[in-house]
Design a protein around this ligand. Structure first.
Ligand SMILES: [Zn+2]
Length: 481
C-alpha cells in the first residue's frame, strides 16, 4: 500500500513536471528550419507534409484542390474522443501560423523525454490540421483566393472550393474545438497601451447580440488560460480581436455550428518583422491549448480572464517623429509625422523590400512607434539634388554619407542602375526632379532634419538615418521617376 502510494506520487510528479512551457524551452529542436520567411509557397509545405506522412505518424489526406489546382491537405494524428480542427492561412499572406504548425508536427513525430505530454494529448484528442487553406493566395502573397474572394466571407455561400473543404472537414470531424489561425497588421496595440498586440485572441460571437453559450464559453476559458501563459513571455502584448458578429465569417459560423472556436491573430512585435518570434508564440499557444483541453483544466477557468483582455486598437506606426518644425510661407509650424514601411514583393513574391510612406501628420500624441524620434528643436527641410549627373560607376566612388550630411537626398544617374547597387540616396533619372517636400498621406517621406544649420538626421523613403552613427543598411534605393 505504502509502496503504491509512493509510485503514484512519483508518477504524478513526473506528469506535473511536464508543461507546455517545458516543451517550449526546447522549441529549437522542433523548429522546421527550411522556412524562415513568410513568403514560402505551397510546394515548400507540400514537401514537408509528405515527409510527415512518411513518418507513419500522421494520416494525410488530400481534401481537395484550390481553384488553381493545388492540393489542400489535412493531417490527422491522435486517437482521443475530443476532436480539434486547426487551419491556417485562409488568407494567403497570413503565414505565421503555418510555420508554427510545421514546428508542431515535428514535435508530434519526435520520440523523446516529452512522450508523456504527447501521449496525454494524443490519447485524449484527435487533431486535424489543414495548413495553408489558401495556397493560390499564398503563391502571390495576397489575402484572397484566385477568384478574388475573401474566404472568411464565404462561410455561408461556399462558392470557393477552399471554403467548402473547411466546411466539410468541420462537419466530418464534428470538431469540439477549432483554431482559426490568422495574421493581423503590425499597427495594432493592446488597447491604449504602448505595447504591440503580438497575439490577439477571439472567441467569436455567433449572433449580433454577442451572447455566450457553452460552446463559446469553452473557447473563452481556454483563451483566459492561454493569456496567463503568454504573459510570462510577452507581458502586456496580448489582446482581444473585435467581437462584432460577422454573419459571413467562418469563425462566427463555426461557433454557431457547435465548435468552440479560438481565433489567434499574429500581430507585431519589436525587431520581428518576419514574425519568427511570433511563430514561437503560436507554437506555445497551440501546444498549451492542446494540453489545457485534454487535461480539462480550462473548465476550472472563469470567463474573467477573457473578459479582461483589452481589445485591439490601432496605435502603432513603424516610425513616429514628433515635434519637428516645418516652415511654410515664413511661418514655423510644429508637427508630428508617422510613417509606415510597407512591404513590396519582388522575386516572384518570394522576397520583399520596404517602402516608407507618410501615414499621418499633425498631433500624433496618442500614437506609438516601433521607432520613435523626438525631433523637438529640429527643422524639417527638403533634401537637395546633387547637381552632377552620374554614371553608376562614378556613383560607386562617391561618399554618400558625406552627401547626406551636406543635405543631399537625391542623385541623378545616367543609364541603368541595378537594384543590388543599393544606393543610400534616392536615385532620379538624368532628367528627373526631386519631389517637393510634401507630407500628403501616401507620399514617400524624404527630408532632412537640421539643428542650428547642421543636418544631423535624414529621413529617406521613410527611414530615419542618424548621420553620426550610420552603420550601413539600405534606406533609399527606391527609384523615383
Ligand atoms: Zn486573416
Amino acid at each position: 500500500m505504502f509502496k503504491t502510494t509512493i509510485v503514484l506520487l512519483i508518477f504524478s510528479m513526473t506528469l506535473a513536471a511536464q508543461t507546455p512551457e517545458d516543451v517550449f524551452s526546447k522549441y529549437d529542436q522542433y523548429k522546421e528550419s527550411s522556412i524562415s520567411n513568410r513568403r514560402f509557397k505551397h510546394q515548400d509545405i507540400e514537401k514537408l507534409i509528405k515527409k510527415f506522412e512518411n513518418t507513419g505518424k500522421f494520416k494525410v489526406k488530400e481534401e481537395g484542390k484550390s481553384i488553381l489546382g493545388k492540393s489542400i491537405y489535412s493531417l490527422e494524428i491522435g486517437t482521443g474522443p475530443v476532436h480539434i480542427l486547426l487551419w491556417s492561412q485562409m488568407h494567403g499572406d497570413e503565414a505565421t501560423a503555418t510555420m508554427a504548425l510545421m514546428d508542431l508536427f515535428h514535435f508530434f513525430v519526435a520520440d523523446d523525454e516529452f512522450n508523456p505530454i504527447r501521449e496525454q494529448i494524443l490519447s485524449n484528442a484527435t487533431l486535424y490540421f489543414i495548413p495553408m487553406l489558401n495556397p493560390d493566395g499564398a503563391e502571390i502573397f495576397t489575402r484572397r483566393n484566385a477568384l478574388g474572394v475573401d474566404l472568411n466571407r464565404d462561410a455561408l455561400r461556399l462558392q470557393s472550393p477552399e471554403a467548402r473543404i473547411l466546411k466539410n472537414k468541420r462537419d466530418e470531424t464534428q470538431a469540439d474545438f477549432g483554431f482559426n489561425l490568422h495574421d493581423q497588421g503590425r499597427v495594432y496595440s493592446v488597447g491604449y497601451s504602448p505595447k504591440q498586440a503580438t497575439i490577439s485572441f477571439l472567441a467569436p460571437a455567433f449572433n449580433y447580440e454577442q451572447e455566450i453559450n457553452e460552446v463559446r464559453a469553452s473557447a473563452m476559458q481556454v483563451i483566459g488560460q492561454l493569456d496567463r501563459v503568454l504573459q510570462n513571455y510577452i507581458p502586456g502584448h496580448v489582446a482581444k480581436y473585435s467581437d462584432e458578429f460577422e454573419p459571413r465569417a467562418f469563425g462566427d459560423n463555426i461557433t454557431k455550428w457547435g465548435t468552440s472556436l479560438i481565433l489567434i491573430e499574429s500581430g507585431g512585435y519589436p525587431q520581428d518583422r518576419d514574425k519568427q518570434f511570433i511563430r514561437r508564440m503560436n507554437f506555445l499557444s497551440i501546444l498549451s491549448s492542446f494540453v489545457f483541453i485534454t487535461n480539462e483544466s480550462y473548465k476550472r477557468e472563469t470567463l474573467k480572464g477573457y473578459e479582461q483582455l483589452p481589445f485591439n486598437d490601432r496605435l502603432f506606426f513603424d516610425l513616429l517623429i514628433t515635434g519637428m518644425k516645418i516652415n511654410k510661407g515664413g511661418i514655423d509650424y510644429t508637427i508630428d509625422l508617422a510613417v509606415n514601411q510597407d512591404e513590396v514583393d519582388y522575386n516572384s513574391h518570394k522576397d520583399y523590400y520596404l517602402q516608407g510612406k507618410v501615414e499621418e501628420v499633425g498631433d500624433l500624441s496618442i500614437f506609438y512607434g516601433y521607432e520613435t524620434f523626438d525631433a523637438s528643436g529640429y527643422q524639417a527641410l527638403p533634401g537637395k539634388v546633387y547637381p552632377k549627373v552620374l554614371t553608376a560607376k562614378k556613383l560607386a566612388t562617391l561618399d554618400q554619407l558625406q552627401l547626406l550630411k551636406e543635405g543631399y537626398l537625391f542623385l541623378k544617374v545616367k543609364g541603368e542602375m541595378k537594384a543590388e547597387e543599393k544606393p543610400i540616396l534616392n536615385i532620379l533619372s538624368a532628367k528627373g526632379e526631386a519631389p517637393a517636400m510634401n507630407f500628403r498621406i501616401g507620399n514617400a517621406a524624404n527630408f532632412v532634419l537640421s539643428k542650428e544649420g547642421k543636418v544631423e538626421y535624414v529621413v529617406i523613403n521613410g527611414f530615419l538615418v542618424d548621420l553620426d552613427s550610420y552603420e550601413g543598411g539600405v534606406y533609399g534605393g527606391v527609384f523615383i521617376k
